[in-house]
Design a protein around this ligand. Structure first.
Ligand SMILES: [Zn+2]
Length: 479
């Protein structure tokens, strides 16, 4: 055991509203009352922080150990070269959860389970207060990989081990959260349990979610069956967090392509989903000249092509994943087409501008002048609006400083906006939050071949560890 490292708390102040309206738990003015002795502590803390190293071999061994529960399809010859199939609240998920509870308890944590089966493992600090947490999820897609979610939890557990190895005493509690059914693969709302914790999804609705595939199990019945229906209310009020940091694989190609190691995640992009209906006139393909056609499919195809071109110009994304047409006959011009349109961009204003532009352009596409035949009709329905999420500057700063400290080079670190949703979205509604991305091989995720190399996993875990400690230190030292 090394000498104890004490992350000192100099004073306490009760919680206060920060400028974003969170109940934040700082901290006090460092400048007004610091002494030489305190300054020395501050400086030695920085050096101490950098001496805390993640054990890469231990991290990866433990990660693969937990992948014995819910092992999926092989993609290579080695025992660890498989995907994962660990649906939320399945027997395999229960085994992984049992491991998480036992392991974190053995590392000195108290463990609480809430009414959504979210597990909070909390390691005490010198002072009481809400914990600064690392959080992610142990559930996977039915044909998922070994890193999505799992790496975030395992890095959190490695953090607890490093703190224990070095006898680190944090100013306030720190912890690890396993959020239930993040994937939404078995119970079809993703991030449902962090959503209940955030007060944005009603508990009853979540409990009554029925498993996909025609089974009769609900979230509540499965929570009961595997013994994870906790007595703690699933709410940020019953379990407030001081901050939430999530290490996650990028699930995209950017870090790998740019040969960078860490993405400092500043937020999550905005998206809107629409259903577009195009109505024309059914007619015989052999007897109807172009000048007499009202071809709904041709108009829809032009709309889809236009949406992609236009989104590209705005550094946004547009996608059509569902398309149906009637009557669906080889020799009948389609009279009706319905397609989905998913529009995403880092800023709400970009998504709004694209919506406006699409509406104007689609109206032109259906005009007689444009079709060269009959006019067709277009109607829009907005199905979902998800505003951009902007993470908290204090957490982003902690991650950036940690990333530069761990990698040793600013060039290996980039700011990013997440393209996918994560539990951090809901966490960010009630506590300062940020995320850390590590490279995904070939940008692949939700696939057995999802892979992040051990070195990158360890770098990410060390950035997570430092981010949590930097935030804890910030709480203790900085106004
Ligand atoms: Zn995930």
């Amino acid at each position: 055991m090394n000498n104890p490292i004490v992350i000192r708390l100099l004073s306490q102040r009760s919680s206060q509203q920060c400028k974003r309206g969170f109940r934040c738990y700082p901290i006090r003015s460092f400048t007004s009352t610091r002494t030489h002795r305190q300054i020395r502590n501050w400086e030695s803390d920085e050096a101490a922080l950098q001496r805390l190293k993640v054990n890469q071999g231990r991290l990866m061994d433990e990660l693969h150990h937990t992948c014995q529960w819910g092992t999926g399809k092989p993609w290579g010859v080695a025992a660890t070269e498989t995907g994962m199939s660990r649906l939320a609240l399945s027997d395999a998920d229960k085994q992984a959860r049992d491991w998480f509870v036992e392991t974190t308890q053995s590392l000195g944590c108290s463990v609480q389970v809430d009414a959504m089966g979210n597990i909070f493992a909390i390691r005490p600090g010198r002072e009481d207060g809400p914990p600064t947490c690392a959080g992610s999820h142990l559930d996977t897609q039915p044909s998922g990989g070994r890193y999505d979610g799992i790496l975030g939890i395992l890095a959190g557990v490695e953090m607890l081990k490093v703190l224990k190895d070095h006898n680190v005493q944090t100013a306030y509690p720190v912890g690890v959260v396993n959020w239930t059914n993040e994937e939404g693969a078995r119970f079809p709302i993703s991030m449902v349990s962090s959503g209940v914790w955030a007060g944005e999804i009603p508990l009853d609705r979540a409990h009554n979610l029925q498993e996909v595939g025609g089974g009769t199990a609900t979230m509540k019945s499965e929570l009961e069956r595997i013994g994870f229906l906790g007595s703690l209310p699933a709410s940020y009020k019953a379990m407030p967090l001081a901050a939430h940091f999530e290490l996650h694989i990028e699930q995209g190609p950017i870090l790998e392509a740019e040969k960078q190691k860490i993405g400092v995640v500043k937020g999550v992009q905005a998206y809107r989903w629409y259903t577009v209906e195009v109505t024309g006139r059914e007619a015989h393909t052999g007897t109807t000249p172009f000048s007499s056609r009202g071809d709904a499919m041709l108009a829809a195809a032009r709309m889809i092509a236009l949406s992609h071109d236009s989104a590209r110009k705005h550094s946004a994304l547009a996608s059509t994943g569902i398309l149906t047409l009637t009557p669906g006959s080889v020799n009948t011009i389609p009279g009706a087409v319905r397609f989905s349109l998913d529009v995403r961009a880092p800023l709400d204003s970009t998504v709004e501008a694209l919506e406006k532009e699409f509406k104007e352009q689609f109206a032109k596409i259906v005009s007689k002048e444009s079709t060269g035949g009959l006019a067709v009709e277009v109607n829009w329905q907005t199905d979902s609006v998800s505003p951009a999420i902007h993470f908290h500057e204090d957490c982003i700063t902690a991650v950036r400083e940690a990333a530069v400290s761990v990698t040793g080079k600013e060039a290996l670190v980039r700011d990013m906006v997440s393209g996918a949703g994560h539990d951090s979205v809901y966490a960010s509604r009630h506590c300062p939050t940020s995320m850390i991305f590590v490279p995904s091989r070939n940008g692949i995720s939700h696939n057995p071949e999802e892979y992040t190399n051990p070195e990158d996993c360890a770098i990410g875990a060390e950035v997570l560890l430092q981010s949590v400690l930097r935030y804890d230190r910030q709480r203790a030292f900085k106004a």
